[in-house]
Design a protein around this ligand. Structure first.
Ligand code: FES
Length: 153
């Protein structure tokens, strides 16, 4: 059945309104140090764990965001001789753990365990308040690795 052209609805004209002005770019809420550690994380484990000679390993997860962190330590004479880590984590967790790894390398175990989120944030030139919790993920993985080293199963 053919349609009567008089009853056809007109096709709406294409939207010719000018496009909305582009939104202002969101300002970068992080310091340059955070940006640098995020883009080029220090002591990040490339490849699988067979690429690093470690004798302690700890993995933790954040139940709220689902991020996960694994820390690998080479411990000798009670000190962290070397350190690697990897994560399924956010930018803040990456930058924070990169900073933590630099702060902890060469430290005695107990000294490394005392590195606070505030020290990590200071090292990074600050972290946004709502991202502060991300700086804890690396510290928790480090504590887990030290515990595994001290209490082998
Ligand atoms: S949002 Fe999960 S560690 Fe940052």
């Amino acid at each position: 059945m053919s349609k009567n052209p008089k009853t056809l609805k007109p096709t709406p004209a294409p939207n010719t309104a000018p496009p909305e002005a582009p939104a202002q770019p969101t300002p970068w809420a992080y310091s340059e140090q955070v940006k640098a550690h995020f883009l080029e994380p220090k002591n990040f484990l490339m490849g699988d764990e067979s690429q690093f000679d470690f004798n302690a390993k700890g993995t933790v997860g954040n139940k709220i965001c689902g991020d996960e962190m694994t820390m690998y330590l080479k411990i000798a004479q009670g000190k962290i001789q070397d350190i690697r880590w990897r994560t399924y984590g956010c930018a803040s967790a990456i930058a924070s753990t990169s900073a933590l790894s630099e702060l902890a390398k060469g430290q005695a175990l107990d000294a490394a365990l005392k590195i606070t989120p505030e020290q990590i944030a200071d090292y990074l030139g600050g972290l946004p308040e709502r991202k502060f919790h991300c700086s804890v993920l690396g510290s928790e993985a480090l504590a887990e690795a030290v515990d595994a080293y001290r209490n082998p199963k």
